[in-house]
Design a protein. Structure first.
Length: 187
């Protein structure tokens, strides 16, 4: 019968279990320590509360938490990981944010497409994401802009002349086509 030492020589991958108290090993690059996971979870909870209170863009989250607390500044890499995790789980989505914001604009306000674009861009959403959404919903947004033009024309017609109303609408970002169509439909 072989001794335990002979067995270990024959099987180099097998390591004996140590009964002495071992020193804690440092995590490798791909492993996280308990403290790192605890910090990740703590920051994720704070960001999640912020996002669940009101839908936020990725940029809004970055601005809020990169300057979160000057004494306990959040590590940028950790914040990136938290944001990526929340994006993967659907809590942060600029595309969903655009969709909700546009629906809110349509329900409540009279904005031109340009004004909507500028409001979304000011929230830190990338132009290409906004452009894609607007291109995919072009017909709906153009109809909305014409309806808003008509509302403004009706509201302003008692106070202003036609050319003044046109200039007012141009300044607000309405297209010539929308303004022309609105005047034609109201005639």
């Amino acid at each position: 019968m072989k001794s335990f030492d002979d067995f270990l020589k024959d099987h180099p991958n097998v390591k004996p279990v140590q009964t002495k108290k071992q020193e804690p090993t440092k995590p490798t690059k791909n492993e996280k320590s308990y403290e790192d996971l605890e910090e990740f979870d703590k920051i994720k909870s704070k960001v999640l509360k912020y996002v669940l209170y009101k839908k936020r863009t990725e940029q809004e989250v970055r601005q809020k938490f990169s300057n979160y607390n000057n004494e306990n500044k959040i590590d940028e890499n950790l914040l990136d990981e938290v944001i990526q995790n929340l994006k993967e789980n659907g809590y942060i989505s600029d595309t969903t944010y655009i969709e909700r914001a546009v629906n809110e604009f349509i329900a409540i306000k009279t904005l031109s497409i340009k004004e909507m674009y500028n409001k979304l861009y000011a929230k830190g959403i990338k132009a290409n994401i906004i452009d894609t959404y607007f291109e995919n919903n072009k017909e709906r947004l153009e109809k909305y802009e014409i309806e808003c033009s008509k509302k403004i024309i009706l509201k302003k017609s008692s106070q202003m002349e036609k050319d003044q109303i046109e200039n007012f609408l141009y300044k607000k970002g309405y297209t010539k086509e929308s303004i022309k169509t609105a005047f034609e439909e109201l005639a």
